[in-house]
Ligand binder design. Sequence first.
Ligand code: 4UW
Length: 538
Amino acid sequence: TGIYHSLEKLGTKHEIPTEQNLNIASLVLSQFPRAELADAKIAFIDLNTNHSVTYGELRRSVYSLATALFHGLEVRKGDVVFLLSPNSVLYSTICLAVLSIGAILTTANPLNTKTEIAKQVHDSGAKLAISTPEELHKLVPTGVPTLLTSSSSDEKFLSVEELIEGCYDSQELPHVHVEQSDTAAILYSSGTTGVSKGVVLTHSNLITITKLFCWSADVSASQDDVFLAFIPMFHIYGLMFFGFGLLCVGVTTVLMQKYNFQGMLIAIEKYKVNNIPAVPPVIHALVKHASKDGCDLSSLRRIGSGAAPLSKEMSQEFRKMFPWVELRTGYGLTESCGGATFFASDKDAKAHPEACGKLIPSFCAKVMDIETGKPLPPNKEGELWLKSGSIMKEYLGNTEATAATVDSERWLRTGDLGYIDENGVVCIVERIKELIKHKGYQVAPAELESVLLSHPLIVDAAVIPVEDEETGQIPMAYVVRRAGSQLSEDQVIQFVAGQVAPYKKVRRVSFIDNIPRSAAGKILRKDLVSQSKYQLVS
Ligand code: 4UW
């Protein structure tokens, strides 16, 4: 039939709950470490402040904040709450409190600009925002009522900390009826084409992926683990791990607001971190720089790599340098609500350094011939399609993009080219969608193209990825200047940098007479990619 099924079974312990009125927040809270341990066990430690929070405190904070939001601020089921914060001990409290009362969570990168944030606030229909004091200025112009995470000197704004204190004796969650089919979160992704779109994830999507996460944790983590979190919780990878999944396992997580290599090494040594979900640039940095540093990394047992491709060579080099550390790659998308593949055994992972795991239980896949649209047998390359209870409901308010991405049988087209071998090992070979990944972050070419086109001296533009050893990919712009204009590469780079988050910056520019387009007007990105390769070597 051309359909690949996961070869793993979930088992009764991790069966996906079917009761209709289950809320993801209730599910996560119900999985916290057993009552007598809960008060003592540390859930989060902030690396900057050394402030820690136990599971007991976390539970009480969720109850208190949910009560304050519901009874005090009248946040209701279906209201969208916009969260703008780096990783912090309050992040998962806020997520769980918002979800527990049936409100909808939308998250954003705190590095995003005012304009990018205003766009998302508007698109998601946010009724309330929660922001760190540092990012508040980006929300003020939107006019959306805003809470601060922690108190600041500005008394006009209530803070989450104050709300929690004010309701600290709350013993339970407000009673709000939520169906699994209700929307829980709207995360932003550009998908296969165009600009960023709201990925609508339901409680059912999050419940499914959380139970699958618990299954994978059974073979790869335990309550005694100490995790390190620099993967941001505004992204599906961090949200799944640190917002929901690992809380069900009962581990301790050391939080970093922002990744930096030295900080990571210090954290590993200081807290005896043994488990790190990471991205390829971190693996790269460890291989290139760790040996010179004299830090003690002997506590490390496992490091994950996902969100972008890790080369076979890098994977092998890492294993050679750190023979005591298991390296596990995983692959997923915002649209699949997180991980779709994973290596349950290190032996398997070692034997396939080019691959990113096997389908996790309940996932099915097809590999579709790009030319004929027919499913392909093992070891043949085609577009990977995925099916699972965790596949997004839709792109918010965009039926056209939804129909182009999820078919009538609910198969998700990933826009990734790959193959599956006869043992079910999944290998991603190339990205065929427009998306650029810089350090694992999404950069949408269409967004940068529209910024470029707003320049009075630019007539046409196209943005493509250029491979970069350290960061994965960097955005490169092909620009057609107005006749007679002397616009320079540096001016173009500065112009874009002034309007987008730093990780989206165009980092190379080439001037060209015209942008190659198909008869239908679509940019022929492949031609530009080949041209850039030729230019870079010549
Ligand atoms: N190899 C090659 C990979 C890989 C990859 C992703 O920003 P998004 O939408 O989503 C993510 C999610 C990553 C993730 C989530 C949860 C999880 O458990 C896990 O395992 C470690 C990873 O990145 O980008 C999705 C796109 O990113 C590329 C691919 O193009 C995909 O469509 N991508 N992982 N291992 N490419």
